[in-house]
Structures are given as C-alpha cells and as structure tokens.
Design a protein around this ligand. Structure first.
Ligand code: CA
Length: 224
C-alpha cells in the first residue's frame, strides 16, 4: 500500500507542485491550505509522514506541530521561508524530525522524506542480527555473542543499513547517499574508512567475516 503523506502548505502553487512530485513517486497525498484543517486531518491519523509549513494562516505551523505531538509521533518535516537558527531550534525542539528552508530543491525534500520514513520503519523494529552480532536499534547498542561493541553514531548507522539489507550489495555512492547526510559532499573514500573501522571493531576482534567486499561493486553483509 502507498505511504500516505499529509501536506500542510498555504502557498497553493507550491503545494500543487509538491503534491504532483509526491504522487509521481508513488505516495498517496492529502493537502491542507491552513493550519486548522491540517491539524484536523492530522488528528484523524492514518498518515505516514507530514510536511508542515511554519507560516500558515489561522494556526501557525509550530502550534500545529505542538498539538500533533500530544498524540502522535508521526514523522514531521517542517518548511520555512526564513532561514533562522531560531526557527530551526524551535521546530526541532517542538518535535519536528527534519527541517527545510524555502526555496528548496524538490529532490532534496524527496530524499528527506525517504530518510524520515526509513527511520520510522527501523525504529519500530526491535533488533537486527547476523552471525552473532545483534543491534538493538532503539537502544543504539551493539553486541557480538553478548559482548558489547562500542560504535560511533555513524558506524552504527552504516552497520544498521547493511544489516537491514542483508545479502544486498551496495556501491560506495549508494551507501554515501543512504547513510550519510544528503548534503554530505565528500569523497566516497569515507565509506571505505568506516567499513575499516567496523571490521576493526567486529570482524577482527571476534574472528568473524561479517562485511564482505565485492570487488568493483561495493559492500555486503552476509549472514552465513
Ligand atoms: Ca506559508
């Protein structure tokens, strides 16, 4: 079933454009052009993600977010015309999952939507495992055969992504796109560096072969 997105945005031209792009990507979309209608729709539930403009007539976006958060942890991406640190801090403190400043590239919004939906899907899952390695996603902890492994946030995210997709080979470019921030404009060598860190902490310490290199293609975790 298509994931359902609620778009609360009073600029109708922008709302229509974003709606068309979302439909094209295969999402189901509902729109609201003011805060009150948006909040009513949100409270009725059933959405996988909400895109919420801050400057709205009637009830502003911050207030809508505050009320949504009373009852729901649905991912919310805030939109604002003002690029002020204050807005960002207020939005994230208020429980927004991500934040975009207008004008934005639609591709970036789509990438952030995918990321927020992916995080939501993973948070629901309790643990991921392979070859004696167990990742407790909610607790952000890792252990091999019960022995804890200390991982940095980035190491954890990379390992989590590979574990979620066991058996699938990913190129460095794809890993960079899926695990690192979308706007990270670095060299794909950074992926090799982190794979080396993970092998140093897991494969070498515990004598297992968890992360495989597929020459000329990329990396994969195999559970055998
Ligand atoms: Ca607006």
């Amino acid at each position: 079933m298509a994931e359902k997105i609620l778009l609360i945005e009073d600029e109708e031209k922008l709302a229509r454009f974003v709606e068309m792009e979302l439909l094209y990507e295969g999402y189901a979309v509902e729109k609201a052009h003011n805060g009150r209608t948006g909040l009513e729709l949100a409270e009725n539930g059933g959405f996988d993600l909400i895109v919420l403009d801050i400057m709205l007539p009637g009830l502003n976006g911050m207030e809508v977010l505050r009320r949504i958060r009373r009852a729901s942890d649905v991912p919310v991406i805030m939109l604002t015309a003002r690029d002020t640190v204050m807005d960002k801090v207020t939005g994230l403190d208020g429980g927004a999952d991500d934040y975009m400043t207008k004008p934005f590239e639609i591709e970036e919004l789509l990438a952030r939507i995918r990321r927020a939906l992916r995080k939501k899907g993973t948070a629901a899952r309790e643990s991921l495992s392979a070859l004696g390695l167990v990742l407790e996603v909610a607790r952000h902890s890792a252990a091999v055969n019960g022995v804890p492994v200390e991982l940095t946030k980035r190491e954890f995210e990379l390992l989590r992504f590979l574990l979620e997709n066991k058996g699938i080979v990913f190129s460095r470019e794809t890993l960079l796109d899926r695990v690192w921030d979308f706007d990270y404009a670095g060299d794909t060598n950074v992926v090799d560096v982190y794979i080396r860190y993970l092998r140093g902490k897991i494969d070498e310490v515990f004598g297992i072969k968890l992360i495989h290199t597929i020459r000329g293609v990329g990396y994969v975790i195999k559970d055998e």
